[in-house]
Design a protein around this ligand. Structure first.
Ligand code: NAP
Length: 228
């Protein structure tokens, strides 16, 4: 039987990295990307083919085109795409955040997600099935001070996903997903030592992966949260 394929952006650290072994244990083949070349090289050493890891910055159109073409050639249309790659702004009031930093977070968190969908959706729609999960946040549904750029991107992920879900009509399901609050590099960058009070990424992945695997047509366009 053909193995199911999951694409994970941002698989070098944090939630993306933690999901890899759980998908493999569940019998899936994994295609993952990140920007960090040594970490991608290490993943290739640790995890043999058919699993596939490539350097790709999701904010670079040419990287995304090349990564997605390689995924489609090796595996065909993926069954599940997890648009997990994102960055957080250094916490500060909006007016103290430079235009370059603001553009960078928009380019990665919003445009990177849209770009992945643009390159993978046509093949998935042609086959007529599949699920795309776009990582949102609690800060995609409520706000705090110091994180306006990040909030802007995660509110955008909610709208982008719900509107694109109307475009597919459920042939491929598109779902904005709040993963919860998990102790990763990203959380430490805004919560500092307080981050240690939250579950680690491995615990989270054991809960999240079975939840992602059961998503389907019924969930198209529904903002969901990984169960706690
Ligand atoms: N942790 C939480 O509590 C929490 C809460 C709400 C939402 N989220 C969301 O969950 C997702 C994962 O967060 P995390 O906590 O695991 O963050 P993290 O620890 O900072 O990891 C982020 C991952 O994204 C990759 N990445 C960043 N920019 C990229 C780019 N331009 N192209 C490709 N990969 C890129 C990073 O790898 P490289 O450095 O190798 O590129 C890394 O593997 C994000 O969408 C985040 O917004 C997390």
């Amino acid at each position: 039987m053909k193995l199911k394929t999951v694409v994970i952006t941002g698989c070098t650290r944090g939630l993306g990295r933690a999901m890899i072994p759980v998908f493999i244990d569940a019998g899936w083949q994994v295609a993952g990307c990140g920007r960090d070349e040594p970490r991608i090289a290490k993943l290739r050493q640790q995890i043999a083919p058919p699993h596939f890891f490539e350097v790709c910055d999701v904010s670079r159109e040419a990287d995304v085109a090349s990564f997605c073409a390689a995924v489609l050639k090796r595996f065909g249309p993926p069954d599940l795409v997890l648009n997990n790659a994102a960055i957080m702004n250094a916490p500060a009031p909006l007016w103290e955040i430079g235009a370059g930093d603001f553009s960078r977070i928009i380019d990665i968190n919003i445009k990177g997600t849209a770009s992945m969908m643009r390159h993978l959706l046509p093949a998935m729609l042609e086959r007529g099935s599949g699920v795309i999960v776009n990582f949102s946040s609690g800060w995609g549904r409520s706000t705090s001070s110091g994180v306006a750029p990040y909030c802007a991107t995660k509110y955008a992920i909610e709208g982008l996903s719900m509107a694109a879900a109307r475009d597919t009509g459920g042939k491929v399901s598109i779902i904005p997903m709040n993963p919860g609050i998990i102790d990763t590099d990203m959380l430490r960058s805004c919560f500092g030592g307080e981050a240690a009070h939250y579950p680690d990424a491995a615990d989270w992945a054991r809960r999240a992966v079975p939840f992602f695997i059961q998503l389907g047509r019924k969930d198209n366009g529904r903002p969901l949260t990984v169960p706690g």
